[in-house]
Design a protein around this ligand. Structure first.
Ligand SMILES: Cc1cc2nc3c(=O)[nH]c(=O)nc-3n(C[C@H](O)[C@H](O)[C@H](O)COP(=O)(O)OP(=O)(O)OC[C@H]3O[C@@H](n4cnc5c(N)ncnc54)[C@H](O)[C@@H]3O)c2cc1C
Length: 384
């Protein structure tokens, strides 16, 4: 029997394999990953310092243990280079070809890198997997100052984590406010003030022109003339779905690998889920959609086709200095934001209300995050 081959060993791949094994104990399953195959909760990368965890402590199981648990084969440190959808084969970096019955792409997303001048630009770190976190944590041992390029969700989470362990943080970015794509203005303003009072040195409405070695660490020159000194520089300007392999195989691509509600790509017997997938127009880079997609796809792969449904999926942002939960309205929603200050004075409730007073989205901060469950139930499904 030809196997189900899953490319990747991230949360999407492992969750799918686990769900599939609940339904099918017989069909061979092979997971192939270019990394070491350790299973770990990726969201913890941006609060592991506060929790005092090394990369080894963040990792839950190694590849061999996962293979036993899942009754699967796992090939690590192996890149899948090409897919031949007609022959139903994949080719690995070492030249080997493998035949699949069904193929699943769970290849994640890659950090976006913006070009920056200077003799130290190659030292800029991104922290998007365990190997990156190992390097980051090792460098932190001798570091007192970290500059973060990118005032978005991941940049603010790393900033809060670093502040919690006593590291000085500068954040640089072109927007006037942090997380401006996710937060309405009054809430983004409070986040900015709260993190500033905890020690963040904001450099907003500017960008990084160059990074050079200085006598003591790095010197960042900003377009507004500011100079920032740091021992570590992190780039956190966003992630982009990893579409390379799918594109070279001729699959339909948009912001991610295009799939229908059955997670099927434009080629039969090839599926995609997780950060790499754009499911019926939604390229969502967080955990809740992975859980829903893995369950539906496991059912489809075991001959019971099931369309994935996404309820509203609010996301908790790990900025404990200023707790945040966001459930942004769908793009192009028509409505207005209404704001209410928390009774305690700490935090704001932002409700995005459409026609007939329907709640279409919300952002909760500070003490208002306790209203998440009640409000979530009122939101429309994202994908019904
Ligand atoms: C710092 C950080 C904090 C986050 N916090 C949260 C949070 O609080 N809440 C939340 O919901 N989400 C959070 N997320 C997002 C969430 O972690 C991701 O959505 C999720 O982990 C993505 O899983 P994935 O399996 O799709 O991708 P990945 O974990 O990126 O896995 C991709 C896999 O594909 C493999 N691969 C890629 N290309 C190839 C190839 N050609 N051949 C072989 N193998 C290949 C890689 O080696 C890897 O194993 C966070 C993300 C980051 C980076």
């Amino acid at each position: 029997m030809d196997p189900v081959i899953i490319i990747g060993t991230g949360m999407a791949a492992y969750t799918l394999a686990r769900e599939f094994r609940k339904r099918d104990l017989e069909t061979p399953v092979l997971l192939i990953s270019e990394d070491d195959g350790r299973s770990y909760p990726k969201p913890m990368l941006s609060n592991a310092l506060t929790k005092g965890k090394t990369a080894e402590q963040v990792a839950m199981f190694d590849a061999a243990t996962m293979a036993t648990k899942l009754n699967a084969d796992i090939m690590t440190h192996t890149v899948v280079e090409t897919i031949d959808p007609n022959a139903k084969t994949i080719r690995l970096g070492n030249g080997t070809s493998l035949v699949y019955d069904k193929l699943v792409l769970a290849v994640g997303a890659n950090p976006i890198r913006i070009p920056i001048e200077g003799n130290a630009s190659a030292d800029i770190l991104s922290v998007n997997n365990l190997a990156d976190y190992t390097i980051f944590r090792d460098k932190l041992i001798d570091a007192q100052r970290v500059a973060i390029i990118g005032p978005g969700l991941i940049g603010c989470e790393f900033a809060n984590d670093l502040l919690n362990v006593g590291t000085a943080v500068s954040i640089i970015g072109p927007s006037a406010l942090p997380m401006d794509a996710l937060l309405p203005e009054p809430i983004a303003e409070e986040l900015k003030l709260t993190l500033a009072s905890d020690g963040v040195d904001w450099h907003l409405e500017t960008t990084t022109e160059s990074i050079n070695y200085a006598d003591d660490g790095y010197e960042l020159s900003l377009t507004n003339g500011d100079i920032v000194h740091a021992d570590i520089v992190i780039s956190a300007v966003g992630l982009r779905a990893n579409i390379k392999l799918a594109e070279s195989a001729g699959l339909n691509i948009n912001r991610g690998i295009v799939t229908d509600q059955y997670l099927q790509t434009s080629q039969s017997d090839i599926y995609a889920l997780g950060d790499c997938a754009e499911v019926s127009g939604h390229n969502l880079l967080f955990i809740a959609p992975i859980m829903a997609a893995a369950k539906a796809l496991a059912s489809t792969l075991s001959a019971e086709p099931k369309a994935v449904k996404y309820p509203a999926m609010p996301v908790a942002i790990k900025t404990p200095s200023y707790p945040l939960i966001t459930a942004p309205p769908a793009r192009n929603s028509k409505g207005e934001w209404h704001f209410e200050k928390a009774e305690s004075g700490f935090g704001i409730k932002g409700l995005f209300v459409g026609a007939d007073d329907a709640l279409l989205g919300f952002v909760l901060s500070g003490d208002t995050v306790s209203e998440k469950s009640v409000l979530s139930k009122q939101l429309p499904d994202l994908l019904g």
